[in-house]
Design a protein around this ligand. Structure first.
Ligand code: SF4
Length: 278
């Protein structure tokens, strides 16, 4: 007899919870079957910018200058360029130059939002492991600051600022960081911020109600993950995002969605999977 049960994961992070909510089937391919996802250039640009800003904001305030950011970017680039994920992009010389330029614009985007030399940084890349709403939660907080004697949680974003109706998921994620910090540091942050580099800051007050909502949503996701693992019931949730799903060829529902959208003309031509139905 074949055992269809998948092992329930040891914890959820904001990204794994969001991935499950988006499509449980895709989540299974990634987190249970451990099938690799191809390197994504925009995500890697963001990773490199995050790394430079992590080191920069870990320095004493007076050293957080654009010149220092440039020196750090140079220093950190060698290791980053050797990373298998970056190598997998197989960029030519001009493309690699464009990649570095894009990352540099993201790094410089911090100065469009604030002067890091004037920020009272408490920690960078702080790992939090804690139970939230009965769920084992693990996350890494980009930056914790102190402002007017109150803690502020900040999360860098190198992508495009989403439209108003798409922002609540992002705010819930940063609210989970605030909740985790409240438990581990024994002090509730006053504000949670999403720093859309080069664009604007989404700044939200941390309230008991917002934390409860975020923990409630996490708890619902955890129950759904546990149920799916015990029954192998990883439902497919076809959407326009199937056009960007690397597992679409293994998913009949996703394949049907692509075909339907292609016929309707609602499949974006720049979606990588659009080539499958061209
Ligand atoms: S193709 Fe679509 S429905 Fe199928 S796993 Fe990917 S995102 Fe989910």
């Amino acid at each position: 007899m074949i055992d269809l049960m998948a092992e329930t994961p040891s914890h959820l992070s904001p990204s794994s919870a969001a991935a499950f909510d988006q499509c449980p089937r895709r989540w299974r391919f990634k987190y249970i079957d451990r099938q690799p996802e191809p390197s994504h250039q925009a995500a890697l640009v963001g990773s490199f910018a995050h790394r430079v800003l992590e080191f920069l904001c870990g320095l004493p305030a007076r050293h957080r200058t654009t010149e220092q950011a440039k020196a750090l970017a140079k220093e950190l680039w060698t290791d980053f360029a050797d990373d298998p994920d970056y190598q997998a992009l197989e960029l030519g010389e001009a493309e690699a130059r464009a990649f570095r330029w894009q990352a540099w614009l993201s790094i410089m985007g911090l100065w469009d939002l604030e002067d890091p030399a004037r920020v009272d940084v408490v920690s960078t890349e702080q790992k939090v492991t804690v139970e939230l709403g009965g769920v084992p939660f693990v996350g890494v907080i980009d930056r914790v600051d102190r402002c007017a004697d109150r803690l502020v949680v900040s999360d860098y974003k190198s992508g495009t600022l989403p439209g108003v109706r798409w922002r609540s998921d992002k705010i819930q994620q940063v609210m989970l960081y605030a909740a985790a910090l409240a438990r581990t540091a024994d002090e509730q942050p006053e504000r949670a911020r999403l720093l859309y580099l080069g664009q604007r800051i989404l700044d939200v007050a941390v309230t008991d109600r917002r934390i409860e909502e975020a923990e409630g949503q996490l708890s619902e996701t955890w129950t759904a993950v546990s149920d799916a693992c015990s029954t192998d019931g990883f439902e497919a949730k076809p959407s326009v995002l199937c056009g960007w799903c690397p597992f679409v060829s293994q998913c009949p529902e996703g394949t049907a969605e692509l075909a339907r959208r292609s016929t309707e003309g609602t499949l974006p031509a720049h979606a990588p999977a659009a080539a499958l139905v061209a």
